[in-house]
Design a protein around this ligand. Structure first.
Ligand code: ZN
Length: 162
């Protein structure tokens, strides 16, 4: 990394830490010019390499974070879910997808990853989102999604009062 003061081409990293922003994961590096000793800071953005999405009708398209976010917002309308939490869901989906970047990923799989993240946030939003992404065709589809939610409710919380 070139020094902004003397244009010397090499600098040494003196400190490196990740920046805690789920929306834009980044690494902050403190650098020192090897020639003049000037210290400066750089940010490295992490760019996700994302797979092609295979739609139900057989068409292919690039993953759209905006579309996913719009779908999530719709599912979370009037629910106690913040925009930050939705961003977290999208980032989680992007991270998961980036691991599968070498193949085509069906829409449903994208929905499943988002659902897994949504499940802990809000049960109503989870069901709304599931009904869209899994294209419910009947009560059995619905039960398959509600089932895991009920399991969660049935888990007895450890009691502290003995
Ligand atoms: Zn310098």
């Amino acid at each position: 990394m070139q020094c902004p003061v003397c244009d010397h081409p090499d600098s040494r990293v003196v400190d490196s830490r990740s920046v805690e922003s789920p929306a834009e994961p980044a690494v902050r590096r403190r650098r020192e010019c090897e020639a003049c000793g000037h210290r400066f800071t750089t940010f490295e953005r992490i760019e996700f390499r994302l797979p092609t999405i295979l739609k139900r009708d057989g068409r292919r398209q690039a993953f759209s974070r905006d579309k996913l976010l719009a779908g999530l917002r719709l599912a979370c309308r009037k629910r106690p879910v913040t925009e930050d939490q939705l961003e977290d869901v999208v980032v989680r989906v992007e991270k998961e997808l980036s691991r599968r970047a070498d193949r085509e990923v069906p829409t449903r799989e994208v929905g499943d990853i988002a659902l897994a993240a949504l499940r802990g946030l809000d049960a109503v939003a989870y069901l709304r989102f599931a009904s869209v992404y899994r294209a419910f065709e009947g009560p059995l589809d619905f039960l398959n999604v509600v089932g895991p939610l009920l399991d969660g409710l049935a888990d007895p919380k450890p009691r502290s009062d003995g």
